[in-house]
Design a protein. Structure first.
Length: 248
């Protein structure tokens, strides 16, 4: 069983987190440490508990036990708006954008919750990079699924914070944009020291940009380390071949 040990300063420290749904144990004593300034992947088969863990960290689900320490502060069980205000933002598998507002209004609304004035200009640059600048006056609901994911990513960046958790950020995104997304994440990490936790099934994408990965299986973290080494471990191979539970 993996034991969380941080080599650098821990920005996010998940300690023994547990969660059940109707008798199904979705998270089993999860321990996981994300170091400040890292780009970290969280992978595993469907039903391994990855999204459930992100939901617990971001306050959308309350854990049954354990602690979540973010930037030295206990945020266990805090509601989403307080977690976001503490500096941890996120995206979703199915983008949660303001569908009836325009692309520009989506960015401005995210900026209302941001502390840094320059975040809005940063967001505008990202819209241009992703080819969304020409759609500023279009309602967000008119965008393709992949474009909506890109817009939600930009909203998370504009909102600001030390940590951005991305739940399948390149799922449904045009292949030409996937490499660009990786470059943008690396640039934001390098220039602004934004830490990223990325839940993703696209292993080549994760391998390209993540310095470290955690692997979940049946609600637990079963391996952690460098991508190439971790993917070759027996426990990880067995988890992917054997599948997982239905916890998300």
């Amino acid at each position: 069983m993996y034991s969380a040990i941080a080599m650098g300063r821990a920005l996010l420290d998940i300690q023994g987190v547990r969660k059940s749904f109707g008798g199904v144990l979705a998270l089993r004593n999860v321990n996981l440490v994300i170091e400040d300034g890292g780009i970290v992947g969280l992978i595993g088969p469907n039903g391994a508990g990855k999204t459930t863990l992100i939901n617990v960290v971001s306050g959308f689900i309350k854990p049954d036990g354990g602690r979540i320490i973010f930037d030295g502060r206990d945020i266990t069980g805090q509601p989403p708006h307080k977690v976001a205000r503490a500096g941890a933002s996120r995206t979703f598998q199915i983008p949660k954008i303001l569908r009836n507002l325009t692309v520009e209004e989506n960015i401005k609304s995210a900026h209302l919750m941001a502390e840094e004035v320059e975040n809005l200009e940063r967001g505008r640059r990202l819209l241009k990079i992703f080819g969304l600048e020409r759609l500023l006056e279009h309602p967000a609901k008119s965008l393709s699924g992949g474009q909506q994911k890109l817009l939600e990513f930009v909203r998370a960046v504009v909102h600001g914070g030390r940590l951005i958790m991305l739940d399948e950020p390149v799922g449904g995104v045009h292949p030409d944009m996937i490499g660009l997304m990786g470059e943008v994440i690396r640039d934001l990490n390098r220039e602004y020291n934004i830490t990223f936790l990325i839940v993703e099934h696209n292993i080549p994408f994760v391998s390209e940009i993540c310095g470290k990965i955690f692997v979940m299986g049946e609600g637990s973290v079963i391996a952690a380390g460098a991508v190439e080494e971790v993917l070759e471990t027996e426990a990880v191979i067995e988890a992917y071949l054997g599948g997982g539970d239905a916890s998300g």
